[in-house]
Design a protein around this ligand. Structure first.
Ligand code: C5P
Length: 218
């Protein structure tokens, strides 16, 4: 029997992470946070001081890096055996992640690493191109979005709760810049799959978004 996949794509700060994690937990399915793969690559590239213009070198790092994800109460990420969890949520990491993510040779090297997450009894995959490129045959696809203003304010609260210093207007600008880069890039741009269900969460609670998605699966 084929393994069911639910893809949840959308721009940063739309609530994909929280929603996907909780839907996966309720279904008892595995969870792929594909953004953290690009973020881990960003950390690796910074640690190795790779030239950001050298796409071939960045692609080699993408291919050789060994990632381990512990999806307990809090996600723990190890890069080549070293715990890099604290560096994953930083805005500086997200910015570099979106730059390396615009390189086609990098994306192709990460395809299989993402597909390996598809295991019985099912997978919830969260990202930008889960329904369009990585899992085009997924049974259920969601495109989850919210206004840029609402997304910035959510990201701000998340960072403050984690004790990370943040500035709301700066985050709004960065979110708009990241949206632009993610939507305008040539390789696997952020776009809604033609067979995805569109959900705008701006005025919705997390619980109602989760309920709507679980209803699609049922
Ligand atoms: O979702 P998150 O903010 O963690 O993703 C960081 C960056 O990684 C995004 O801005 C995007 O450029 C890139 N990304 C991607 N494709 C995915 C997931 C993330 O290009 N499937």
């Amino acid at each position: 029997m084929s393994v069911p996949v639910l893809t949840i794509d959308g721009p940063s700060g739309a609530g994909k992470g929280t929603v996907s994690r909780r839907v996966a937990k309720q279904l008892g399915w595995h969870y792929l946070d594909s953004g953290s793969i690009y973020r881990s690559l960003a950390v690796a590239v910074q640690k190795q001081a790779i030239d950001m213009n050298d796409a071939a070198a960045i692609a080699r790092v993408a291919e050789s890096m060994v990632l381990e994800f512990d999806c307990g109460a809090e996600l723990v990420v190890r890069l080549n055996g070293v715990d890099i969890t604290a560096e994953i949520p930083l805005e500086s990491t997200g910015k570099i992640a979106s730059i390396v993510a615009s390189m086609p040779e990098v994306r192709s090297r990460l395809l299989q690493k993402q597909r390996d997450f598809k295991k019985s009894p099912g997978l919830v995959a969260d990202g930008r191109d889960m329904g369009t490129v990585v899992f085009p045959d997924a049974e259920t696809k969601v495109y989850l979005t919210a206004s840029a203003r609402e997304r910035a304010s959510r990201r701000y609260k998340q960072l403050i709760e984690k004790g990370i210093d943040a500035n709301l207007s700066q985050i709004t600008l960065e979110i708009e810049e990241r949206d632009r880069r993610d939507m305008e890039r040539e390789s696997a741009p952020l776009a809604m799959a033609s067979d995805a269900v569109y959900i705008d969460s701006s005025a919705m609670t997390i619980e109602s978004v989760i309920e709507e998605i679980l209803n699609l699966i049922r």
